[in-house]
Design a protein around this ligand. Structure first.
Ligand code: NAD
Length: 334
C-alpha cells in the first residue's frame, strides 16, 4: 500500500472534530492521534459549530493525549501536526512543531498579526518543514467552481464578486476576546478576503466600515476591494446576526454563479435557474490531504502558500485600520 503521512490533530474542539471526521478514506494521510488539554473533548464523537454537526469520528481508531509534549514523546512516527487550537496559540505551536521536526497544517487565521505570520514563515524556511494554513474556501467545491469560471471565462468576464458571511457570536469564551480571536473581521470575514485575493490578487486599495461589538474588536463590517479595471468586489462579515449564513455571488457578463449555504446555482437571463451538482464536498479533508500529497512529493503547497495567507492577515489589518478611521481609503502595495 502507498505510504500515507501520519498526522495528529492538536486541539480537538469544534473545528478539530470537523477535520477528524473528514480524514477517513483520504489517500495521502492517516490520522493516528488526537490531543486536547480538556479530557472531555477527547471523548466526544462529534461536535457542533456554526456550520452544523462535525460528523462522527471513530475515537477507537486513534490514540489520545492530554498534552503536546506527551503526544510527541509517545508517537515517534508522527510526521504532520494539524493545529486546531485557539488563534492566539497558532504561531507558538506551529513554530514549536516545525522546530520539533513536524510538517504543519494550521487553522486560519494564520496568526493574530502579520508579524507572527512572518515568524512562522521564517521557522518553516529554517527547519525545511512545510507550513500551510487551512484557508478552507480554497478547497471548497463551490468556490472552486467560481474560480474555474473565472479562469476559463466560460461565462465571460467577471464583473462583480459579492461575499457575505454572517452569524452569531461563537459560544467558546476565547472567541469573545479580541486579543485571542481578533474579532469577527479577523476570524470570520477573513475567509472571503482570502478567497478574493487568491482569485484576483491584492487589490489596489480597500475601504472598510465596521462597528466594535461583543469581542471588543470589529464584529460587523462591510468592505470594498478596489481593483482598478477589475471587478467590483464587496464583502460583509458579522458576529451580530441570529443565524449563520454565507453566500458568494459571482456576476459574469453572461451568467451569475451563486454559492449559498453549500448550494451552487447558475442564473442566466430568461433561462431556468440551474442547480449545479457538486458531489460530495469535504473541504477539511481535501486541504489536509493536499498538504500530505505535497509532503510525499516534496513540493510546495502552491494552493495556499504561507506568504499568500500572511497577505490575507496583512490585508485584514489594513481593513481594521480603515474601519477604525471611519472608512478611510487605504492604498495597498502589490
Ligand atoms: N476553517 C473554519 O471553517 C473554522 C471554523 C471554526 C474555527 N476555525 C478556527 O479553528 C481554530 C479553533 O477554533 P474552534 O472553534 O475549534 O475552537 P474550540 O475552542 O472549539 O477548540 C479549541 C480546542 O483547543 C483545545 N486547547 C486549548 N489549548 C490547548 C493546548 N495547549 N493543547 C491542546 N489543546 C488545547 C481546547 O481545549 C479546545 O478543545 C480557531 O483558530 C478558529 O478561528 C476555523
Amino acid at each position: 500500500m502507498k505510504k500515507r503521512v501520519k498526522a495528529a490533530i492538536l486541539g480537538f474542539g469544534g473545528i478539530g472534530h470537523c477535520h477528524a471526521s473528514q480524514y477517513a478514506g483520504l489517500k495521502n494521510v492517516e490520522l493516528v492521534a488526537l490531543c486536547d488539554i480538556n479530557p472531555e473533548q477527547l471523548n466526544k464523537a462529534s461536535e457542533t459549530i456554526n456550520l452544523g454537526d462535525s460528523g462522527a469520528i471513530d475515537l477507537n481508531a486513534v490514540r489520545k493525549y492530554l498534552s503536546y509534549e506527551e503526544m510527541v514523546k509517545a508517537e515517534p512516527d508522527l510526521e504532520m501536526i494539524d493545529i486546531c487550537l485557539p488563534t492566539d496559540l497558532h504561531c507558538e505551536y506551529s513554530c514549536r512543531a516545525m522546530k520539533d521536526g513536524f510538517h504543519v497544517i494550521c487553522e486560519k487565521p494564520m496568526a493574530l498579526n502579520s508579524k507572527d505570520c512572518r515568524k512562522m514563515i521564517r521557522v518553516s524556511e529554517k527547519t525545511g518543514k512545510k507550513l500551510m494554513i487551512a484557508q478552507v474556501l480554497r478547497f471548497c467545491k463551490g468556490f472552486e467552481a467560481i474560480r474555474e469560471a473565472y479562469n476559463t471565462r466560460k461565462y465571460g468576464k467577471l464583473l462583480r464578486l459579492s461575499m457575505t458571511r454572517v452569524g452569531g457570536l461563537p459560544n467558546r469564551l476565547w472567541f469573545r476576546d479580541v486579543k485571542r480571536s481578533g474579532g469577527a473581521m479577523m476570524d470570520l470575514h477573513l475567509h472571503d478576503l482570502d478567497f478574493a485575493i487568491s482569485l484576483l490578487g491584492t487589490p489596489d486599495a480597500l475601504i472598510s466600515f465596521g462597528v466594535k461589538a461583543a469581542s471588543g474588536g470589529i464584529d460587523d463590517s462591510v468592505s470594498n476591494y478596489i481593483y482598478e479595471n477589475g471587478p467590483v468586489v464587496t464583502s460583509e462579515g458579522s458576529w451580530c446576526r441570529k443565524k449563520f449564513h454565507a453566500v458568494a455571488a459571482a456576476v459574469f457578463e453572461n451568467a451569475t454563479l451563486e454559492f449559498e449555504d453549500g448550494a451552487l446555482t447558475l442564473y442566466r437571463v430568461d433561462q431556468p435557474v440551474e442547480t449545479i451538482d457538486l458531489g460530495e464536498d469535504k473541504p477539511y479533508g481535501a486541504e489536509v490531504d493536499y498538504l500530505a500529497e505535497c509532503i510525499l512529493k516534496d513540493v510546495p503547497p502552491l494552493r495556499a502558500m504561507p506568504e499568500s495567507t500572511m497577505q490575507t492577515v496583512r490585508l485584514i489589518e489594513a481593513e481594521i485600520r480603515s474601519a477604525e478611521a471611519g472608512g478611510k481609503r487605504i492604498r495597498l502595495k502589490k
